[in-house]
Design a protein around this ligand. Structure first.
Ligand code: BGC
Length: 410
């Protein structure tokens, strides 16, 4: 007979939901908005039989205007925290000219969050850039480090009092790989190894500088990046070549960046989505895919456990800052969340210092190169009226957050 089991989380465990500025706010002009509208992008989509309009962020979820409603949803979920972003292009639309009205806008958002007693995780950079910056070479240009520092310092000075956790960079390796190697993201470069390396070095320097600067102003601040960490394993453990490739992939994709900044992070911000069974020949991956999300990503909850155990070597508290799936029908979401949490619970029981779980995402948002089709939201968003409608999972996630526990059946 199946038995129900209750797994309690530690007393101060933080429950939350994550979003990013560009994906929900709407009405932003930056390098992504320009790329979406570019002819080359339209052409590429049309060749694939896709409608370019489904890949325009536009008004997004209109959260720029509906932030109070969104914050109410977060509060109603029983979350103690909300992860949100600031859009650099709003703050500094022209080089060196800062828009103080936009600072005031974010001040209001943050004040409203605080009025609802939410802890704030603030992401300073979630892949998008002001157009003037990109015209100067973007992140491949060394000067960007100081531009970014100047922008970050202003935010810290103006809005620092509301922030509980700082994320300087969201998943820096993702735009680096997609922008300079695969060409899926702006600046749409393919296999530009030279610029990719420069970007890598500059992102590291930028994080380190901003880390020091935040600590100078706010000595007790909690500062880190979010790092997407993939679960790699050799398809055949006995096959040395695949074991080596799996190790190499893990080192390059997961460890390299963290190793370089580990003395300048107060915690690890960890995002989990992917598992790869590594094979020795292209495409170097052969998953079993018993279950996949709407966009074909394998659902592999045990991967989060393996990664958490491995991250323990950094000796820092670990905050799960993103985990979620595209599931328009909400068929897998409940099990997805419960199973990942089961493994997180197991890691905690075995001594890993996991402090949080943030579901990605609160809303159906703009999913970058995939456009509007993937539905990651706990809340469905109508593309015309922007009405938010809870998916059935909301009820269960609420129960989890409010009671600090999950129920599983064995
Ligand atoms: C990113 C989000 C994105 C999500 C789902 C994460 O890697 O931070 O911006 O929407 O994955 O693809």
């Amino acid at each position: 007979m199946k038995q129900e089991k209750i797994l309690k989380f530690p007393k101060d465990f933080l429950w939350g939901v994550s979003t990013s500025a560009y994906q929900i706010e709407g009405g932003i002009r930056n390098d992504w908005s320009e790329w979406e509208k570019s002819e080359i992008r339209s052409k590429k989509l049309k060749v694939k039989g896709k409608n370019p309009n489904d890949f325009i962020c536009g008004r997004a979820c209109d959260s720029y205007n509906r932030y109070e409603e969104d914050l109410d949803l977060v509060k109603d979920l029983g979350c103690g925290a909300y992860r949100m972003g600031i859009e650099w292009a709003r703050i500094e639309p022209e080089e060196g000219k800062f828009n103080m009205e936009e600072i005031e806008h974010y001040r209001q958002v943050l004040q409203e969050a605080k009025r609802r007693d939410l802890k704030i995780v603030l992401t300073l950079w979630h892949w998008t850039n002001p157009t003037w910056l990109v015209n100067q070479g973007g992140w491949a240009n060394k000067k960007t480090i100081d531009y970014y520092l100047r922008y970050a310092e202003l935010i810290v000075q103006e809005l620092g009092e509301y922030v509980d956790f700082w994320i300087t960079l969201n998943e820096p390796m993702v735009p680096l790989a997609n922008g300079y190697l695969t060409g899926k993201f702006p600046p749409n470069k393919k296999l530009n190894i030279f610029q990719a390396i420069k970007t890598f070095t500059n992102l590291i320097q930028a994080h380190k500088k901003v880390y020091d600067s935040i600590h100078k102003t706010l000595p007790k601040a909690q500062v880190s990046i979010t790092k997407i960490i993939n679960s790699f394993e050799p398809a055949r453990k006995w096959f040395l070549v695949e074991t080596f490739f799996s190790w190499l992939a893990n080192y390059c994709a997961n460890d390299l960046f963290l190793q370089r900044i580990k003395s300048k992070i107060d915690f690890i911000g960890f995002d989990y989505y992917f598992h790869s069974r590594v094979i020795w020949y292209p495409p170097f991956k052969k998953n079993i895919n018993k279950k996949v999300t709407d966009i074909g990503w394998e659902i592999y909850p045990e991967g989060i456990y393996q990664i958490l155990k491995n991250l323990n070597k950094y000796n820092k508290p670990i905050y799960v800052m993103e985990n979620g799936l595209a599931d328009a029908e909400d068929k897998e979401r409940l099990d997805f969340i419960a199973n990942h949490l089961k493994y997180i619970h197991q890691a905690i029981k075995e001594g890993v210092d996991v402090k949080s779980y943030f579901y990605w995402s609160l809303l159906d948002n703009f999913e970058w190169a995939e456009g509007w089709a993937p539905k990651f939201g706990l809340y469905e968003v109508d593309r015309k009226s922007f009405k938010r409608t809870p998916r059935p999972s909301v009820k269960v996630y609420k129960d989890i957050c409010k009671n600090n526990r999950i129920k599983i059946t064995n």
